[in-house]
Design a protein around this ligand. Structure first.
Ligand code: DX5
Ligand code: ZN
Length: 230
């Protein structure tokens, strides 16, 4: 059987236009998760961002494949972007592929070889992302850029939503902008809201992740439109 993920449209063949807005469900009401996911998608979001934390790579625990599978079950058409803030992401590639994830992003700072991870992620039917923390030297990511479909720049120290945007990471974004091809995405994650999104977009980001800026207010559609720059 083909992986479920191949049935959904890919972000990576979409025509370039307005930046894509990816609500991070980390700030959703977990007890009403289906309703929350539907609400943001019905409010104009392009995809959902799932933050996976292992209590080791970051000092927090969040969600795993079972939650991804539940979201996939209730929202069969929604693109699911999984951000692995874990030390050993390789062991979770198959479980998340089976759970219906579309994109699987690993950190350049993890304990495994990113090139091998990229190959395994694609073999499992997902697209591959590579993330970098704010304080990590870009020289670690640079030689790997061509191997990934999505490059995620962390604009907060990973682990929690609701932190302030670190503007210095825009330098990384600008470096990436000069390296990526037309089929690659640059995603900004952390402290993104209507004001900080402006610089992210100007410096080359085309996928904007936001948790608190969307879920902490009542007007999801207004927040999503404002982040996109409408
Ligand atoms: C942080 C996560 C982010 C986070 C963003 O470790 O990777 O995706 O949920 O939250 P905000 O948008 O509130 O900074
Ligand atoms: Zn994230």
């Amino acid at each position: 059987m083909m992986p479920t993920s191949t049935r959904r449209p890919s972000l990576f063949t979409a025509e370039r236009g307005a930046p894509l807005v990816a609500p991070s469900i980390l700030s959703a009401d977990f007890a009403r998760l289906e309703e929350e996911c539907r609400a943001v998608m019905d409010s104009g979001a392009d995809l959902l961002h799932l933050d996976v934390m292992d209590g080791h790579f970051v000092p927090n625990l969040s969600m795993g494949p079972a939650l991804c599978q539940a979201v996939r079950h209730h929202l069969p058409e929604t693109y699911l972007d999984v951000h692995m803030m874990v030390t050993n992401p390789g062991q979770f590639i198959e479980p998340f592929a089976k759970a219906g994830a579309d994109n699987f992003t690993v950190h350049v700072e993890c304990d495994e070889d990113p090139m091998e991870l990229a190959a395994s992620i694609r073999a499992a039917g997902m697209s591959a992302g590579l993330a970098i923390k704010p304080d990590t030297d870009f020289s670690l990511m640079k030689p790997l850029v061509s191997q990934f479909d999505l490059l995620l720049v962390m604009s907060v120290h990973p682990g929690f939503s609701g932190q302030s945007f670190i503007p210095e990471v825009l330098e990384t974004t600008r470096k990436l902008r000069d390296l990526v091809g037309p089929n690659q995405h640059i995603e900004m994650d952390g402290g993104v809201g209507p004001e900080t999104a402006i610089d992210c977009i100007a410096d080359g980001c085309d996928v904007l992740v936001a948790a608190s800026a969307i879920f902490k207010g009542d007007d999801y559609a207004g927040a999503i439109a404002a982040i996109r720059g409408n």
